[in-house]
Design a protein around this ligand. Sequence first.
Ligand code: ZN
Length: 311
Amino acid sequence: MGHILFMEPVFKEMIWGGHRLKDVYNYPIPSDSTGECWAISAHKNGDCTILNGEYKGMKLSALYQQHRELFGDIKDPAFPLLIKIIDASSDLSVQVHPDDDYAAEHEHSLGKTECWYVLDAKPHTQMVMGHHAQTKEELIRYIKNDEYDRLLNKFEIQPGDFYYIPSGTIHAICKGSLIYEAQQSSDITYRVYDYHRKDKEGNERQLHVQQSIDVTTVPYCGTLQNEMHQEATDTFVSTCLIKAPYFSVSKLDILKKTSLMHHQPFSLFSVIEGEGTVNEVSIKKGQHFIVCHDVQKIDFDGPLTLMVTTL
Ligand code: ZN
């Protein structure tokens, strides 16, 4: 029947984190300022452990190196994707990520293109995406003069919104957001602006202004709007949110017993609502699993809502 690998997430405490990862998903978070659940990750800064089956106890990075056949024998030297759930109890810094070329040259890393599905947002929750500078000179002037209110493109978000954030896009998740994030497996963030917040010792967090100026795309062109393609039957609804160079993301609603064929090198699933089964194994909200290349058919029973990320 093939391998379905359940993940033990890694949790990250952040100054902007909260406790909704426990409240909503019942995760064993380390403190009430937990910002990130690295749900499916083989990155060295948060390598998930396999929870079940013959590879139980192994790190995902090691399994990827030793059993590439489970991942469709793809050529990427490291597992290419990373899935997170993010709880922002205060604003994240305004930041930008480099592309593959810049990251390879300066950080020996992959670049970072990411996307967000808004799982929940308190009323009037905002998001920062892009900027209003028309030239690099203008961008530098706004930054040097600390004119972030004029520079940044800010708007309100709603649960169910989806945003694609190619590398080079200035962005920030704001207070009140609970976000599903699919991204390239990279941890390179250049912080442009941190609202002049100070830590307990009275220090501001380090900024990376020059790198941010180097990598920011000017002018901001808006995010690519895919037409949301939907496939609906009486047993499931699949909504394609994006097909992009590094990943494709869809939302899958399982209404009742259904079988889906699996043709991907591998697929990353996150249960965001409900409970049911996958190939006879019980699953519930908050669980994350990889369907490997050797699984040809996936039997679901619901009601379930899942996020699905593939290459
Ligand atoms: Zn980011």
